[in-house]
Design a protein around this ligand. Structure first.
Ligand code: VGL
Ligand code: ZN
Length: 199
């Protein structure tokens, strides 16, 4: 329908098997997402797009290892392996993703000192990406989220969509999770409580 958009979150090589922050089964969702892309009137992609030496990388924090936590001015930040560096093959969309129909690509995480999980806000929860204004101006009221990873970028995006007054669906079959320390169960519960429709 005209008021519906599919938002495909971070289906990039570094989040798929063989990538530096590979999500188990990340590649398995690509054929499912390709079928959805055909069905939706509006398709939007997000692309994790970090500067080299980004502050969310463990390698930028001496003595820290990937998956440790660091204190940032905006709160606790999980530290990741270097991933999705601007212009590198790891930041490219998965080669089989049929993404040419996409009307918008939202890049996030490009500010060196702040990470961004959500397609709407950076991790300070204040700096907007512009997506909410874009959707409103286009008359889009219902947003369906798929992609990687369920418990990080997909969940934060769906929660922010609801907070902005959009109806938000997450198609769990078309997502895969990092699932660290119970993060998947916690974020599924958060999404349910916030009114995200989990399908
Ligand atoms: C993501 C961790 C770091 C994601 C991005 O796409 O879920 N997770 N950067
Ligand atoms: Zn990232």
């Amino acid at each position: 329908m005209a008021g519906d958009a599919l938002v495909v979150i971070d289906v990039q090589n570094d989040f798929c098997p063989g990538g530096t922050l590979a999500v188990d089964g990340g590649n398995e969702i690509v054929p499912i997402i390709n079928k959805l892309i055909i069905r939706f009137d509006h398709v939007i992609l997000t692309q994790d797009w970090h500067s080299a030496g980004h502050s969310s990388f463990a390698s930028s924090h001496p003595g820290k290892a990937p998956f440790d936590t660091a204190k940032m001015p905006y709160g606790d930040q999980t530290l990741w392996p270097d991933h999705c560096i601007q212009g590198t093959p790891g930041a490219d969309f998965h080669a089989d993703l049929q993404w040419t129909k996409a009307e918008l690509i939202i890049r996030k995480g490009f500010r060196p000192h702040i990470d961004s999980y959500s397609a709407f806000f950076e991790n300070d929860r204040k700096t907007p990406t512009g997506l909410a204004g874009y959707l409103r101006e286009r008359g889009i009221t219902n947003v369906t989220f798929v992609g990687l990873a369920t418990d990080y970028c997909v969940a934060y995006s769906a929660l922010d969509a609801v907070a902005h007054g959009f109806a938000a669906d997450v198609l769990l079959d078309a997502c895969r999770a990092i699932d660290m320390g119970g993060s998947l169960a916690a974020m599924v519960a958060n999404m349910r409580k916030a009114g995200v429709t989990l399908i």
